[in-house]
Each structure stands twice: as C-alpha cells, then as structure tokens.
Design a protein around this ligand. Structure first.
Ligand code: BG6
Length: 504
C-alpha cells in the first residue's frame, strides 16, 4: 500500500465568502471539504469563512448549524478541537442582492474582517446558491467592486452547476459574468472533476505509453458512459421537474467524462492547454438534426418499484412534481465525434434515477480480434476486450481479455484484470470538493470549466432538448424503478449490433 503524496503548498491567505451558507450544499459538501483540508493542514494560515445570509443570524447559531452538518456529513472522524477551531473563523454577514445597499455594507464588513484576519485582500466568493441567484449576486459583487483585483490581491468567483438551462441561457450567463470578471477569475465547478478516478483518466491516457497508440477508431469499437443512480428524486422535485435527467447530468458530468476520454493530448499539463483540448472535442460532437436527435435518443420516466429493500413511488407522485409531468428521469444518447480520431466510433451515454444499481463508469470496447485462427477449434466465440474505468461504487480500472481455459482442449473465456484504488492507496475518503476548493485557493483552474466548453456542451445537447420539447409526451418511455431503464434504450445499441454492459 502506498500513502498518497502529500500536497505541500499551503494556499495564500484569503477569505472564503460562502453564499448559501445555510443551505444543503454548504453543510453537506463545502464545510466537510474545508474540514478535510484543515485536517491535512492545507488551509491558509490566515483564513476566514464569511457566511453570507439574507436574514440576520448570530455567529453562534451559524457555527452550531455547520457543526451539526459536519458531524452528519464528514467523511472522516471529526476531531472536536479542530472542528471548533475551524468554525471559529466563520462569521455571519447579511447581504441580499434584492437590496443593493446591503452589499455596500457587506463590502465594508468584509474589508474590516480582512484587516482583522490579515487575509491580504484575497477573496474566494463561492456561490452555493440556486442558479437563479448566480447573476444577481455576481452583478452586486461587480457593482460594489468586490471582484476587482487590485494591489496584488486576487479575487475569484466559484459558480456551481447548473450553468444555464440551455445554450442561450448559458451564453447569457457567461456574457454577464465576463462583464464583471476576467475568465481566469471564474471557477465553474463540476464536482465530477473532483473525483480521483475522473482525474486519473488523463493520467491513464497520457502517462502510459501503451494506451494512446490504440486509443482511436482503428482499435476502439465504441465507448459507453454510464451514470446510473439508485436514488429517486427525493425532496428535489421542484428543481428536478423543470430540469430533467439530460440537463442535470449530460452537458456537465457525462461530458466531463466524455471529453477526458476523447480529447487530444494537450501539449502541456496546464489549465489553458487542457481546457482548450476539452472544449475542442466537445465542439466536434456532431450536431444532430431534430429527426436524428429523436432517432438517437431515448428518454424515460420511472414508475414505482422496489430498489433493494426500499419501495419507491412513481416519479409523478413525488413531492413538488407535476402529476402530468413529462420530465425524463432517464436519458440515453448516441453521439458521434466528428474528428480524425473518432470518426465512426459511437459514444453511447446513459444516465438515470431509480435504477437497480449505482454505477458510474466509462467502458471502452475494443474491436474483436480476427477469428480465423480458431476456425477449426471448438471455440465458437471470442469476447471483445473492454477497458472499464470505474468511478462508482468502486474506484478503479478493469481490463477484460480472453484467456485459455486450462485443459487439454482449446477453449477460451473472458477474464478480468482489476486495479482498485483502495488496494494500492491509503487515502481518506473525501467529499470530492477538497481538490476543487484547494485549486481555487491556489489559482489553478485546470479542473474547472471554461466558458467555451460549457457552451460547446449545451450546443451538443440542444437538438435533443428541442426535439424532446416538440415531441412532448410522445416518445417518453416508462421504466420500473429498480430495473435497468427503458427497454427502448437497449434498442439504441442492439440496432447497431451492440449491447449495454449489464447494470446489475
Ligand atoms: C448532481 C445532480 O450534480 O450530481 C444530481 O444534480 C446527481 O441529480 C448527482 O444525483 C450525482 O453525483 P454523484 O457524485 O453521486 O455521481
């Protein structure tokens, strides 16, 4: 077992201004991630958290609530003394974009805190708020000059997903943000990039000599990207019912996986070089006509069923979901990438809620070996080789290949060679946000989305959004909770002579 290499560099002094500090994301992921950074001594020496609320709240109440969240969601054992020390640097401040004067006062309070905590004026503004609040808050930060970088201090703005709801709104939001900040001040988060195995796709491809020569249409038959979830929509009905599986998962999380798997090698391991290649490959996804979009996609909505020991109701009966909702909770797409490397190699993507298994993986299927040599033997089939990059529930990489079954006759069977992270590395479980927050603090935006790749992602899914909107309820399939999704999704592959990997 190998211990992970320690990350040496402590970030510069800074204040971490958290909008949405009373919300779920802050409690569940952001504060536990800060705690993990504190536990590994990776928070700045001079640091403060400014929790922004709309209605006044005392520092003690806010700290108590964050402590409760930490106890519930921490990924490592909570050391009370350390947690208390970290939460002592949280201050509650009121600011409401609906009341611009409150931002002027907020600015004064922030400057005072910065002087007390000696944070050198460096600021990280983190918007853990609903998407409708991104633009109003950013506008106020711009108007009050809080984002202006001066006297050597840096100012950064972190924006959560979903970044827009379609191509037009993503463009409008980008345009708005770029009026008040430079691109390199913007950190558009996709938490998938905080996952170790996702980052490892780059290392797997570009730090090993053996994969790149076969990573193309000459050797790869197709790629399957799966993000299957067991959970239903739960209490997120109001968000989910206007969002749906495609918007929620595809232009962001699934496209992060797709772009890392399909991008060209960047010349340098540096933010702009890597992000340019990622944007380039997303822009090369073939734009579909609406007719093709319908032909190359399947959408479904779950009906009640049993998932393990749990009973789940119909999606339409979920709290805050319209009883006649036609929102998809499952989406499968077939995409092609119009470039030299990938011409003719389909990328099949699927994601859904309330399925029989939680599984996130990228499976690369290689072309079948020529069979001729085994013609006069009892071997009647060769399985194809898969390279599977598993992100959930286990993190690792599996290679499937054919081998001879021991015995006097020639018989061949598919076997697996498995690498699991936990067998090699002794890493503490993380929330996935530690690396992202740390990178924001040191000013490395390699793991964040640039405006062009966000727009390229929306551009690729827009024909599906348009075609589905026009088709309305027609073409919306249903599937049983706890199953593997609508049967029509199987046809998307079987008509090409292929099959999805089994989910369970
Ligand atoms: C979020 C989506 O961005 O990602 C959720 O809004 C989804 O609907 C989640 O459940 C999946 O993340 P993970 O890390 O559990 O695969």
């Amino acid at each position: 077992m190998t211990d992970p290499a320690p990350r040496q560099k402590k970030p510069d002094a800074c204040s971490f201004v958290l909008f949405g500090v009373t919300g779920d994301l802050a409690h569940r992921l952001v504060i536990p991630a800060l705690y993990n950074l504190a536990a590994t001594d990776l928070l700045p020496d001079n640091f403060c958290v400014v929790g922004v609320v709309r209605n006044p709240m005392s520092n003690d109440d806010l700290r108590d609530s964050l402590m409760k969240g930490l106890r519930q969601f921490a990924t490592r054992k909570v050391d009370d003394a350390l947690a208390t020390r970290m939460l002592e640097c949280v201050t509650c401040v009121v600011a409401d974009p609906g009341q611009p004067a409150s931002f002027d006062q907020f600015r004064e309070q922030l400057e005072k805190l910065e002087a007390e905590r000696r944070t050198s004026g460096n600021r990280l503004f983190y918007l853990a708020v609903p998407p409708s609040a991104f633009a109003p808050i950013s506008r106020e930060l711009g108007r009050t000059g809080m984002l202006k970088e001066n006297s050597g201090a840096w100012r950064r703005l972190v924006i959560e997903k979903p970044f827009g709801t379609d191509l037009a709104s993503a463009r409008a939001l980008n345009a708005e943000l770029l009026k008040i900040a430079e691109e390199q001040q913007l950190y558009r988060i996709d938490h998938y990039l905080g996952k170790e195995t996702v980052q490892n796709i780059l290392v797997l491809r570009f730090a090993n000599g053996m994969f790149e020569p076969i990573w193309n249409r000459n050797h790869i038959d197709h790629v399957q990207i799966t993000v299957a979830e067991k959970l239903g929509v739960g209490h997120r009905g109001s968000f989910y019912d206007v969002t749906g599986a495609l918007r929620d998962m595809v232009p962001n999380h699934l496209f992060q996986l797709l772009s890392l798997v399909a991008m060209e090698p960047p010349a340098r391991f540096e933010a702009n070089a890597v992000r340019s290649e990622k944007a380039e490959v997303l822009a090369a996804i073939q734009t579909q006509s609406e007719t093709d979009a319908l032909k190359d996609s399947v959408r479904g909505q779950y009906l009640g069923g049993r998932i393990g020991d749990d009973e789940i109701g119909d999606y339409r009966k979920t709290e805050d979901v319209r009883p006649d909702s036609i929102t998809e909770t499952y989406a499968a797409l077939k995409l092609t990438i119009d470039n030299w490397r990938w011409a003719g190699v389909p990328f099949y993507l699927r994601t859904g809620k309330a399925l029989g298994a939680k599984r996130t993986e990228v499976a690369i299927k290689f072309k079948r070996a020529p069979f001729a040599m085994f013609r006069d033997t009892p071997v009647d089939r060769l399985s194809q080789n898969y390279l599977v990059i598993s992100i959930e529930p286990t993190q690792g990489i599996t290679l499937q290949f054919n081998t001879k079954v021991p015995g006097p006759t020639i018989s061949i069977d598919g076997v697996e060679m498995k690498f699991r992270y936990k067998d090699y590395f002794n890493a503490e479980p993380s929330t996935g946000y530690e690396t992202l927050i740390y990178d924001c603090m040191i000013g490395d935006n390699i793991l964040f989305q640039r405006a062009d790749s966000v727009e390229a992602g929306w551009q690729a899914v827009q024909p599906f959004l348009d075609a589905w909107k026009k088709a309305g309820a027609s073409g919306l399939e249903s599937y049983q909770a706890g199953g593997h999704g609508p049967t029509e999704a199987d046809t998307l592959l079987t008509r090409d002579g292929r099959n999805w990997r089994k989910l369970t």
